[in-house]
Design a protein around this ligand. Sequence first.
Ligand code: NAD
Length: 273
Amino acid sequence: MKEFILNNGVKIPAVGLGVFRVNDANAAYETVKSALSVGYRHIDTAMIYGNEEEVGKAIKDSRVPRQEIFLTTKLWNDDQRSGKVKEALDASLERLGTNYVDLYLVHWPVRGTYVSVWKKMEEIYRAGKVKAIGVSNYHPHHLDDLLQEAEIVPAVNQIECYPYLAQEPLIKYCKEKGIYPEAWGPLGAGQSDILVHPVVTEIAKKYNKSAAQIVLRWNLERGVIVIPKSVHKERQIENLTISNFQLTDTEVKQISSLNKDLRLGSDPDNFNF
Ligand code: NAD
């Protein structure tokens, strides 16, 4: 399993399982158990997904040692506004049934709080309950504000990223600052025709891979972590099995050229939940 190394030396499996919109308790439990059984060692959840408890239970019941699993959860916006960062983390840990997470992310930039929230993220990092801290949905201007005051550079920026939203400038910015880019919605979130685009399907044919495997591999080639979601074991296996082939630079560029800055999710500048 391919791993990347974050700016504090922590290793992160390059492919993880996302569990957004796996809300039914049993589905979340079964999805994570299935993923761990087929070899996933990286799970991405969030307080707001409402499934931390089931994720934690599945991890426990999987019998995979906790320390072999890279677990991410996220700080929701209300907890940023109230400044209750430590309390929010403790509640997540309680639900997850663990005493640490591998990565704790600020879920969205909440205007006016970036710096104060980050200071509290730094405190919980120093207290040892999280192996790494990062942000999500941050544009460069959010990161500029944060980095002016930060003592710890975020390890990760988790952003919407698939070929129609290739995010080249943001990825370049993050890499220059030592922040690992991580792609959410890497398959187009089930709402895009990217998996039937001829450029992708032609490359898929060449390698005898699926279109999903090609767009995931495209991100890995660019040094971007991916966290595709699937509740189906066969697709989980498919999405994980992307280390046994490589795309050429030309193919990576061909896929990147499909970019049309098309967001399927919210623009972080207008997200105010
Ligand atoms: P995704 O791009 O991973 O798409 C998931 C959908 O793609 C599935 O529901 C299914 O319809 C389809 N799919 C999965 N595997 C497939 C395959 N092999 N072939 C064909 N279709 C396939 O979208 P996502 O779930 O929105 O994003 C992934 C994860 O990112 C989430 O589960 C969550 O953990 C995270 N996320 C984070 C944020 C954030 O704000 N930080 C926002 C959204 C999602």
